[in-house]
Design a binder for this molecule. Structure first.
Ligand code: NAD
Ligand code: TYD
Length: 338
């Protein structure tokens, strides 16, 4: 493993992974391949942009020719696929882009990787492919019962990675991470949305009763887990990466407001998300056997994340205009006015 194609590397987790890889593996060459959708942002990669081992290629994983050119031109031996449409609420408003990127795009990327002799292919997936679990923890062999168009389109990518391993012998490995948070996360997801709204004393639209449970994983831990599985995971296998930090949404938000010194009156209960999964929880035994566990406690990670959004308003204020405003209106204006 020396020449990596990191698809979706201009997004939240991908850009954190690229910065980490360049620092931790100075002998690797990293080509980021990203479509730069609304969620892709070259500001996320400024700190590595001058590094001789880094290169950016704009392209779509569903575009066969563009993928083939990127693999050939950079003599790629390893693919790490972060590229995806990632927001559940947007998948409910308009699923098409999710099928195109997450289902068809993953297939095209797998197929071209196989044709071009890629030696290792890590597909980054999510705990949401399992669906909701009232108690206990999902293990890697459990049935996939995705409930949102986002989760279903991701599950289809996981299954295609499996098929390319079994049928064509492509050396695939899949990670399923839990809810990830940290710097450079687009302010549509719960924490960056609520932190940035709270900085501006704007309402925090909490879906339903706020008693849904998510398992929070700091992006540094998620990237360390992906790196470990990339190097040590068994071909054809799937590895859960759970944060071991289950929290009710309401508790997360109260903790956040407390750190920020903002009042709970900012919380505005609004109409729930349709098909809203009640609880996600992962069994980490398999990745634990490889030597991974989280290093960042939720309390520490939350505080660091809040400080980052407070200190880097240049980063998210630019985003909160244009396309973002149109999405925000479609998703929240009726909810917040009723
Ligand atoms: P993100 O939305 O911040 O970034 C996605 C990136 O993919 C963007 O840079 C975007 O431009 C790019 N992209 C989208 N479609 C593309 C296409 N067709 N071709 C090339 N590039 C494309 O997402 P994220 O939160 O960083 O998530 C990265 C991956 O991790 C996704 O596969 C997601 O399903 C998975 N994941 C995310 C979480 C989470 O909590 N954020 C948890 C588990 C797994
Ligand atoms: P989100 O960050 O969208 O991640 P996911 O849906 O992938 O878990 O949401 C995390 C939780 O926060 C989820 O239970 C939905 C809830 N939520 C709200 O209550 N209000 C919001 O405005 C958003 C975006 C999320």
């Amino acid at each position: 493993m020396r020449k990596l194609l990191v698809t979706g590397g201009a997004g939240f987790i991908g850009s954190n992974f690229v910065r980490r890889t360049i620092e931790q593996h100075p002998d690797y060459q990293v080509a980021v391949f990203d479509k730069l959708t609304y969620a892709g942002n070259l500001d996320n990669l400024v700190s590595v942009s001058e590094n001789a081992n880094y290169k950016f290629v704009r392209g779509d994983i569903a575009d066969r020719g563009a993928v083939a050119r990127a693999l050939e031109a950079n003599a790629i031996d390893t693919v790490v696929n972060f590229a995806a449409e990632t927001h559940v609420d947007r998948s409910i408003l308009s699923p098409d882009a999710f099928i195109e990127a997450n289902s068809r795009g993953t297939y095209v990327l797998l197929n071209e990787s196989h044709k071009h002799g890629v030696e290792r292919f890590l597909h980054v997936s999510t705990d949401e492919v399992y669906g909701s679990i009232p108690e206990g923890f999902f293990r890697e062999g459990d049935a996939l019962e995705p409930n949102s168009p986002y989760a279903a389109s991701k599950a289809s990518g996981d299954l295609m990675a499996r098929a390319y391993y079994v049928t064509y012998g492509l050396n695939t490995v899949v990670t399923r991470g839990s809810n990830t948070y940290g710097p450079y996360q687009y302010p549509e997801k719960l924490l960056p949305l609520f932190i940035s709204n709270a900085i501006d004393n704007e309402p925090l639209p909490l879906y339903g009763d706020g008693m849904q449970v998510r398992d929070w994983l700091h992006v540094d831990d998620h990237c360390a887990g992906i790196d470990l599985v990339l190097h040590q995971g068994e071909p054809g296998e799937v590895y859960n990466l759970g944060g071991e930090n289950e929290r009710h949404n309401l508790d997360v938000i109260r903790g956040m407001l407390n750190i920020m010194g903002k009042p709970e009156s900012l919380i505005r209960p609004v109409e729930d998300r349709p098909g809203h999964d009640r609880r996600y929880a992962l069994d980490n035994a398999k990745v634990g056997a490889l030597g991974w566990s989280h290093a960042v406690s939720f309390e520490q990670g939350l505080e660091r994340t809040i400080r980052w959004y407070e200190e880097n308003q240049w980063w998210w204020r630019k985003i909160k205009s244009g396309e973002y405003e149109a999405y925000y209106k479609a998703q929240y204006s009726q909810r917040l006015s009723s």
